[in-house]
Design a protein around this ligand. Structure first.
Ligand SMILES: Nc1ncnc2c1ncn2[C@@H]1O[C@H](COP(=O)(O)OP(=O)(O)OP(=O)(O)O)[C@@H](O)[C@H]1O
Ligand SMILES: [Mg+2]
Length: 262
């Protein structure tokens, strides 16, 4: 089992602020994620969880504050370079291409991890072919790990919701991230499926040596798999600590767990 190194921050968010019209989606939020950690990010609807993911992955610009990944300031990184620096994510509303096969969707993730480019294909086809084979082997491995390898040729849009969630996870893993951001990956899963998903997450974290930040409303899942939990409420960090700390924090209970725990 991979033991988180608490002195080794992978991600650091410093005094993050962003507003949409009059809504302060993130209001002076500071937090960090340690290497190897499976960290939860929870909070009621509208707390700012997805907005934080959007700022980290550069879909949104912070108005103030900074984001550092492995010590590098990525606050103004180009959106298309985020996967290259080692951050991959899944979306709350799935971001898959319904008309493409499962294999094609997963290979799209691996594309970002390729070491060659357009000119390699033109001037060094042997290297491009070797790179293609390397990506292909990796994607097979990821899909096997997620038990979706038998679905490779299927049209993505024909598959059930729970399977689509796994395909999106496979696509994110195909990019070989160091940090994986998961936005409600267990939404819509039955309790037994969610429990199974929790086991899978722990296995993936250890198997691929990644750090995971998990946004979930399924409290049973979050409390059982996360070593540390960050709580957002109305755009602000309300609490942070172990599952036991957070569960016994009166502010958290009042703001969230009292009304939403399952
Ligand atoms: N692009 C946007 N334009 C306008 N308002 C936005 C935008 N994105 C987020 N917001 C607002 O910012 C606040 C935080 O939203 P966010 O989606 O981050 O919450 P969340 O914690 O992910 O909630 P949920 O659990 O429902 O997914 C909400 O009030 C939301 O309406
Ligand atoms: Mg959200």
């Amino acid at each position: 089992m991979l033991v988180p190194d608490t002195g080794n921050k992978v991600l650091e968010v410093v005094n993050a602020r962003i507003s949409f019209g009059g809504v302060r989606a993130l209001n002076d939020v500071s937090c960090h994620i340690n290497a190897g950690e499976l960290c939860g990010l929870i909070g009621p609807n509208g707390a700012g969880k997805t907005t934080l993911f959007n700022c980290i992955t550069r879909l949104c610009d912070l108005a103030e504050g900074g984001i550092y990944f492995l010590g590098k300031n990525i606050t103004a990184e180009r959106k298309r370079d985020i996967v290259g620096v080692g951050i991959a994510r899944t979306f709350q509303d799935l971001g898959l291409f319904a008309d493409m096969s499962v294999w094609e969707n997963v290979m799209l993730g691996a594309h970002h991890a390729r070491r060659d480019g357009f000119f390699t294909a033109l001037y060094n086809p042997t290297l491009a072919k070797a790179e293609e084979a390397r990506c292909s082997t990796w994607c097979h491995q990821v899909m096997h790990e997620l038990s979706i390898d038998h679905l490779a040729a299927r049209r993505t849009g024909d598959l059930p919701y729970g399977t689509l969630k796994r395909i999106e996870l496979a696509r994110a893993l195909a990019a070989k991230p160091k940090l994986l951001l998961l936005d409600e990956p267990a939404a819509g899963l039955a309790p037994s499926e969610a429990a199974e998903f929790g086991v899978l997450l722990c296995r993936l974290r250890n198997r691929f040596s990644i750090t995971i930040l998990l946004v979930e409303h399924n409290m049973r899942l979050v409390m059982s798999v996360c070593e540390r939990i960050i709580v957002l409420h109305l755009g602000q960090k309300l609490a942070e600590g172990t599952p036991a700390d957070v569960q016994s924090d009166e502010r958290v209970v009042n703001a969230y767990l009292g009304g939403a725990s399952k």
